[in-house]
Ligand binder design. Structure first.
Ligand code: SAM
Length: 301
C-alpha cells in the first residue's frame, strides 16, 4: 500500500487494491470471515434507520446490515467503492461516499448507527478519528468498533520468548507496517470515553487465528470454538481482534429536516443529496459520478 497526505493525518491508500479478492474471496480467511459475521450479529441487534459503514471497502459486511433502512458506505478509496457497487448492485438502500474518516461530509448528529471494522487499524490518530465519528452520530446511537489488539496471546508469547521487541502491555499503539496499527484495549477504552462513548459489550474474536490450527482443525469446529470463546471479551481482551459495541453519550445536534451532507472543507450544510454541487459557503466543488459522491478534499495528493 502507498500512502497519501492531506492536511489531516495520512491515509493508507487502497486505491487499485484487489484486497477483497486476494484477502477474502480466496477462501484462506474463511475462519476469520465466519467468526466476524457471528460477532457482528451478536453486537448489532438493534435495528435502525441510517447506518454509516466507515471504511466499507468492497462491501464485504454490507449485506449483513439487514436491520437498517439505509446504509452509507464510506471509504477513502474510490476503486473499493466501485467494487462494492459491483458486488451489491444498484440497490437504493445503499449510498456510496468517497471521503476521509477524519473529515466526514455529514451534518452533525445524522446517523443512528455506525460500524468501523478493520479500519481503525489504519488510523495514526485514533482519537481524532473517533471524535469525528461521534460528531456524525445522534444521541444514544450505536457504534460497532473493531480494533486490532496489540495485547493478544500470540504477541505476548513472542515478547516473553524474546522474538518480539515491542511490549504488548504498554499503552501506546504499535505501527508494525506503514500505517498499520495495533492498539492496547485500555487505550481504546480511554479514547472512546474521551469521545463520549460508553462501552456496552466487548467480544474476543479470531482467538484461534493460528496457521497450524486453521490447517488441522475443521473449519466448523474452529468457528464453533471461537463463537463460544467470544463472550470472554466481557472480562479480558486477549484476542487479536476486539469487537466493541459502544453507545453515543450526551447530547448531539438534531439535523434540520432534509439536511444530510456538510462540506468537509468548511463545515457548512450542503443543499443537495443527489447531485454534484458547489459549497454555497466556500465554493469547493463536490462531484457525483458513477453513483459515488466525491468528498475527498485533496484526492490527487
Ligand atoms: C482493511 S480494509 C477493511 C474493509 C472492510 N471494512 C472489511 O472489513 O472488509 C480498510 C478500509 O479502510 C479504508 N480507509 C483507510 N483509511 C481511511 C480513511 N482515513 N478514511 C476512509 N476510509 C479509510 C481503506 O480504503 C480500506 O478500504
Amino acid at each position: 500500500m502507498n500512502t497519501k497526505s492531506t492536511e489531516t493525518p495520512p491515509v493508507c491508500s487502497y486505491e487499485g487494491s484487489d484486497y477483497q479478492r486476494t484477502f477474502w474471496d480466496s477462501g484462506e480467511r474463511a475462519y476469520e470471515d465466519a467468526v466476524e459475521q457471528i460477532a457482528l450479529k451478536r453486537l448489532l441487534t438493534k435495528p435502525g434507520k441510517l447506518l454509516l459503514e466507515l471504511g466499507a471497502g468492497a462491501g464485504r459486511n454490507t449485506p449483513r446490515y439487514t436491520g437498517f433502512e439505509r446504509v452509507v458506505l464510506l471509504d477513502y478509496s474510490r476503486t473499493q467503492l466501485l467494487q462494492a457497487r459491483e458486488r451489491l448492485g444498484d440497490d437504493p438502500r445503499y449510498l456510496f461516499i468517497a471521503a476521509d474518516i477524519y473529515k466526514l461530509p455529514f451534518v452533525d448528529g445524522l446517523f443512528d448507527s455506525a460500524t468501523m471494522i478493520r479500519t481503525l487499524h489504519h488510523m495514526a490518530q485514533p482519537g481524532l478519528a473517533l471524535a469525528s465519528v461521534r460528531r456524525a452520530l445522534s444521541q444514544d446511537a450505536q457504534f460497532l468498533l473493531e480494533f486490532a489488539n496489540k495485547r493478544n496471546l500470540k504477541s505476548i508469547l513472542r515478547y516473553l520468548s524474546g522474538r518480539q521487541k515491542w511490549n504488548p502491555f504498554s499503552p501506546e499503539q504499535v505501527e508494525f507496517a506503514e500505517l498499520n496499527f495495533d492498539f492496547h484495549p485500555k487505550t481504546i477504552r480511554r479514547l472512546l470515553k474521551e469521545s463520549r462513548f460508553s462501552i456496552e459489550k466487548q467480544l474476543n474474536v479470531s482467538q484461534f487465528r493460528v496457521a497450524w490450527l486453521k490447517r488441522h482443525v475443521p473449519l466448523k469446529a474452529l468457528v464453533a470454538l471461537d463463537s463460544a470463546w467470544q463472550w470472554t471479551g466481557a472480562f479480558a481482551q486477549y484476542a487479536p481482534s476486539i469487537w466493541t459495541l459502544a453507545e453515543a453519550l450526551g447530547a448531539s445536534p438534531i439535523p434540520a429536516q432534509g439536511s444530510f451532507f456538510a462540506c468537509p472543507a468548511c463545515g457548512s450544510a450542503l443543499p443537495n443529496v443527489e447531485q454534484s454541487q458547489s459549497c454555497p459557503q466556500c465554493g469547493h466543488y463536490w462531484s457525483y459520478a458513477d453513483g459515488i459522491h466525491e468528498f475527498r478534499i485533496n484526492p490527487e495528493a
